[in-house]
Design a protein around this ligand. Structure first.
Ligand SMILES: [Zn+2]
Ligand SMILES: [Zn+2]
Ligand SMILES: [Zn+2]
Ligand SMILES: [Zn+2]
Ligand SMILES: [Zn+2]
Length: 322
């Protein structure tokens, strides 16, 4: 599930529709609905505000609803600096957590204006916001530091041209504890798609020990790798430097890669590869994430991959041409 909650991250309680006994007067929203507003995703909250005047006032008039703002798909591609400023202004200067997940239209200037009005922000998540720059983010984090704010968590992966120097400055400006730094990050495709919600490290990116770029750097889940210190450092690296199993996150060597072909473009270790059902023509499995691509799926689990199906179809149409 994409973390698009506007406020709390807990799932919303069941709606109170049908509970006719209410302390509210007729035509007014039920009290339970007003309570539920605090658990709604941004999109639902905005839809609710359009339902009637009472709800609009309830949504607009409660700054507490806006202290934690998450803008995720599908709103992320539409939100502009002005819209973001209008939304964050609803917190009345008390915004604490701002998660912008892949919002390309938000600029450095726009985000700076938001933090200038909300200097108490403690969480600033801007992964894959392609309109932001490393220089701009340093300036924004510097501003929060000068305001004696408590910015303690940032998520920056996918920000272009982030260098070691940028990262060093950001590290020096963030409130952090050494315990949080020690936490490992394991590869998981979800890291790329949405934020890893279990990750309590202050900064998500690091310098890849292999290519020296600032990226998400994964630790190995393989027990042998973790026990042998040398080998662990060898397979600690970014997505581009170390091939990892899509399912369990452990490193995969070249030999293993050659033996574990997949019908999708991911990689699996031998253990995870062996467990999966294979295409009845080419004997390649799909990873769990792409299992929806199976064609001609039979009740017994037999299937054909898309490539083999396309090949069979093209042969058929060739045959029909003669
Ligand atoms: Zn690397
Ligand atoms: Zn595996
Ligand atoms: Zn490893
Ligand atoms: Zn196949
Ligand atoms: Zn896959």
């Amino acid at each position: 599930m994409l973390p698009t909650t506007a406020t709390a991250s807990a799932p919303p309680p069941p709606p109170a529709a049908g509970a006719a006994t209410s302390a509210s007067s007729p035509g007014e929203p039920h009290d339970a609905l007003l309570l539920a507003l605090g658990y709604m995703r941004l999109r639902d909250l905005l839809a609710c505000a359009r339902a009637c005047r009472a709800l609009r006032d309830a949504v607009a008039g409660d700054p507490l609803l806006w202290r934690r703002l998450t803008v995720g798909p599908p709103l992320s591609h539409r939100i502009t600096d002005e819209a973001l400023l209008a939304l964050t202004d609803r917190a009345g200067g008390r915004l604490r957590s701002l998660h912008l997940l892949g919002c390309p239209r938000v600029s450095d200037d726009g985000l700076l204006r938001v933090v200038q009005r909300n200097p108490d922000v403690t969480e600033l998540f801007v992964p894959r916001c392609s309109g932001l720059t490393a220089d701009g983010l340093v300036k924004i984090i510097q501003f929060l530091h000068e305001c004696k704010g408590n910015l303690s968590h940032v998520r920056l992966h996918g920000i272009c041209k982030m260098t070691n120097d940028h990262l060093d400055v950001i590290k020096s400006l963030i409130c952090r504890s050494s315990q949080q730094d020690a936490q490992a990050l394991y590869y998981n495709h979800r890291v790329h798609e949405v934020l890893n919600t279990d990750d309590s490290r202050p900064i998500d990116v690091d310098v890849c020990p292999l290519c020296r770029n600032v990226r998400l750097v994964f630790d190995c889940t393989r027990k042998d790798c973790r026990e042998v210190k040398d080998s662990w450092t060898r397979c600690r690296g970014c997505f581009f430097c170390v091939a990892r199993c899509e399912t369990c996150g452990r490193c995969i060597d070249l030999e293993e890669l050659g033996e574990t072909g997949l019908a999708c473009s991911d990689f699996l270790c031998m253990d995870c590869w062996l467990k999966l059902p294979k295409c009845s023509t080419c004997n390649r499995p799909y990873c769990e994430r792409h299992s929806n691509l199976k064609e001609n799926l039979s009740p017994s689990g037999q299937f054909t991959c898309q490539e083999c199906t396309a090949y069979a179809t093209s042969l058929e149409s060739l045959g029909n041409g003669y």
